[in-house]
Write a protein that binds this ligand. Structure first.
Ligand code: ZN
Ligand code: ZN
Length: 169
């Protein structure tokens, strides 16, 4: 499938200083994120300005995407929106090792956008900074439930079991 973010930049390349805006909403599926954190079927907002330099085109603006994940402590489902500011260079003749290519007077924003969105999506979110998480013994969600487990003094039944285990070894 042709990239929906393939932009013809012939005009821009002729005149340094000229500008082109790209404002689109693109289906997340098109990016092939292969990352379950990106909400399937959601839209990625692309609001970029392309600006011609003498040796390339600088692309700057913002990308926005919806994500869903779970709290790293209590596994509660979370959703959010990642907004990322980008500033990237495209060049027909690559002189900057970080530059993306301009090929045949066209540049493709898709891969650049894909990489930047993935970097902006949280890797280990928390539902709140002081989330107490789950009880390591009974699995109770300590944010909504208090359990009778105590991490210091354990239940007698468990002590008995421990004693048994020690005998066996
Ligand atoms: Zn949590
Ligand atoms: Zn517990």
């Amino acid at each position: 499938m042709a990239s929906p973010l393939l932009i013809n930049v012939a005009e821009l390349l002729r005149r340094a200083g000229s500008i082109r805006e790209v404002d689109r909403q693109i289906e997340a599926d098109v990016f092939e994120f292969a990352d379950s954190r990106i909400v399937a079927g959601s839209q990625v907002d692309v609001a970029l300005t392309l600006e011609a330099l003498s040796d390339g085109i600088v692309v700057h603006g913002t990308l926005g995407a919806e994500w869903n994940f779970e709290c790293r402590r209590c596994l509660r489902p979370l959703t959010g929106r990642a907004e990322v500011e980008v500033q990237e260079l495209y060049q027909a003749v690559i002189s900057d090792p970080d530059a993306y290519p301009i090929t045949g007077e066209q540049l493709d924003l898709l891969e650049m956008a894909r990489q930047n969105v993935l970097l902006a999506v949280p890797l280990a979110p928390l539902c709140r900074t002081d989330c107490p998480g789950l009880c390591p013994q009974c699995g109770a969600d300590l944010q909504t439930a208090s359990c009778s487990c105590s991490r210091a003094e354990r239940d007698d039944r468990w002590s008995a079991l421990d004693a048994l285990r020690t005998d066996e070894s």
